[in-house]
Write a protein that binds this ligand. Structure first.
Ligand code: 5GP
Ligand code: MG
Ligand code: MG
Length: 175
C-alpha cells in the first residue's frame, strides 16, 4: 500500500510484468513495420515512460515526436479535449504509431485520431500501455494493448494522480 496525496493505492501490475509485455509489443511492432519508417507520436505527459521503454526495444529506422493534449482532472475524465500542441512534423504519407498511456473513455483518442487522419497519413495505429474496456464511450481501434484493466483509477509508470506518482516503476490502483 502506498499513499499519494490524500489517497491510498495498492499494487496492480509489477515492473517485471510491464517490461515483459512491452518487450512482446516491441517485437510485434518491429515485425509489423519491417522495412518501413514509422513516426511514433508520443502523447505527453503520461506516455513518456512507456514510450521510452517501448522504442528502445524497436530496432527499426523510425522517428519519434511528442505532443500534448490535456483532458483529465484529478480522477474524473472531463471528456473535453484541447488542441494538439507541438505537432510540427509532416504526417502526410507517413505510417503513424500513436503511443498513449491509457485509453479510458476513448474520447481523447477518438478526437486525436480524427485530427491526425485529416493530415492524410498512410496509416495510423494506436499503442497503449493500458486500456479500460468497460469505460469505453466511443469505439477506438487499438492495435497494440499492454494490459486491459478494470474501470478503476490507476497511477504509476508515467500516469499521475494530480501530478504525482509518474515516477513509480509499477502500476498501482486506487484502494
Ligand atoms: P480518455 O477517457 O479520454 O480515454 O482518457 C484521457 C486521459 O485521461 C488518458 O490519456 C490519461 O492521461 C487519463 N486517464 C484515464 N484514466 C486514467 C487513470 O486511471 N489514471 C490516470 N492517472 N490517468 C487516467
Ligand atoms: Mg494520456
Ligand atoms: Mg493525468
Amino acid at each position: 500500500m502506498i499513499n499519494i496525496l490524500d489517497k491510498k493505492f495498492v499494487p496492480l501490475i509489477t515492473t517485471e510484468a510491464i517490461e515483459t509485455r512491452i518487450t512482446a509489443l516491441a517485437k510485434e511492432i518491429s515485425t509489423d513495420y519491417k522495412g518501413r519508417c514509422p513516426l511514433f507520436i508520443v502523447v505527453l505527459n503520461g506516455a513518456f515512460l512507456f514510450a521510452s521503454e517501448l522504442v528502445k526495444r524497436i530496432p527499426l529506422s523510425c522517428e519519434i515526436t511528442f505532443i500534448r493534449l490535456a483532458s483529465y482532472s484529478q480522477t474524473q475524465s472531463s471528456g473535453s479535449v484541447r488542441e494538439i500542441i507541438g505537432l510540427n512534423d509532416s504526417i502526410e504519407g507517413r505510417d503513424i504509431i500513436i503511443i498513449e498511456d491509457i485509453v479510458d473513455t476513448g474520447l481523447t483518442m477518438a478526437q486525436l485520431l480524427r485530427q491526425i487522419n485529416e493530415l492524410s497519413p498512410a496509416s495510423v495505429a494506436i499503442a497503449t500501455l493500458l486500456h479500460k474496456p468497460e469505460a469505453l464511450k466511443t469505439p477506438v481501434d487499438i492495435r497494440y494493448t499492454g494490459f486491459n484493466i478494470d474501470n478503476k483509477f490507476v497511477v504509476g509508470y508515467g500516469l499521475d494522480y494530480d501530478g504525482m506518482g509518474r515516477n513509480l516503476d509499477a502500476i498501482y490502483v486506487l484502494a
